[in-house]
Design a protein around this ligand. Sequence first.
Ligand code: NAI
Length: 418
Amino acid sequence: MSNKIIFTNNKLSVPNTIEIPYISGDGIGKEIWEASQPVFDAAIKKIYGVEKKIIWKKCLAGREAYDQTGEWMPEASLELIKAHLVAIKGPLETPVAGGIRSLNVLLRQTFDLFSCVRPIKWVEGVPSPVKNPQNVDMVIFRENTEDIYSGIEWKAGSEKSDELIKFLQDKMGTDTIRFPENCGIGIKPISIEGSRRIVTSAIKYAIKHNLPSVTIAHKGNIQKYTEGLFRDVGYQVAEETFKDQTFTWMQYEAIKKEEGIEKANNALENAQKSGKVIVKDCIADAFFQNSLLNPQDYSVVVTTNLNGDYISDALAAQVGGIGISPGGNINYLTGYAIFEATHGTAPTIAGQKKANPCALLLSGVMLFRYIGWNEVADSIENAIDISIKNKTVTADFNMPNAKIKDTFTFAEEIIKNL
Ligand code: NAI
């Protein structure tokens, strides 16, 4: 029998023994992987005994791959992920030269991983810069393939930028480029298809996990045909594809206009009581303000690429930051998924056993939930919570009166708490 996860009829089929490729990563990657893998294996053994297991398949990438093969991302590594569908990775150094913008971007593009999913939740005891971090419990769905990240831009004063600016002025009637002679210029593509697939994924996630709302965060007030399109498609998806499972802010406004605010409030209350997902929107700048002041108002948040980049990091900071933030890059239409610690290679502490393995461990938690091994995910998450509550942590937590552990002793502590 095959040990590979397969995706058929929009569903993952997961055998009891699975092969999963891992990229341990550069810098602190090796340490955090070597500390995390035993935690994953111990949790599987505790929950399933000998019935289920993972065979971890090493996937060469980054500096280690370059030193051994002369390539930062060997074709064989991409093939390995292609064959296994689901993978996990630590941080990768970005090659300074060599024509690769970033290995992470390369992976996202190769597998068209259009959803960057980042759960943001506070763990009791983690120092936070806000007064009530316990109110932060969100999942961000950042669109991963469009927006200004498409890399379509030209340098100020270059032939191409001058040509494009001239085209805009002569053929498109643009007269608002303030200094056209010395102007770098970029293009922001946002499509109906791209917006539809990410919003669909976000709403499906909210329905599956019984979450109360999906907020579309956008700058549609200024960028009407890109960010505005994203918002409009979002509402359209909710009202057409998930008609029976959602209630939208647009529907609320329509009832308010036709029948008055009391009726609209009643409709909203009824929708909430019957477990419908409330789909609303928020201008991105207001979202930053609101998510600091009233984070409890938000659950799933779906947004465009650049907004999502800012929002994910700002929210991660609210719950204690970089060492504990996991992420998943997922294509819900093909099943491909790569889970990753969202921090970098932390070169200044690499090799010193100081690194916090939590971001990678929690990426594993996301992976286990993705493949439906929820008890394993719960067990690891719970064990991390206990270790943090006991103030047994790595130094980066900056926790007062903590018992500081190195990467490996911290991981052993987590295994004890499984
Ligand atoms: P970084 O995340 O490596 O470091 C920022 C700060 O956070 C440093 O003070 C570092 O010591 C600390 N830190 C990060 N992870 C930690 C952990 N697990 N435990 C304890 N402390 C931790 O970001 P930086 O310095 O901007 O990037 C370094 C390298 O990593 C660059 O080559 C960059 O391209 C790459 N990078 C890779 C990413 C990925 O593969 N997903 C993401 C971000 C950066």
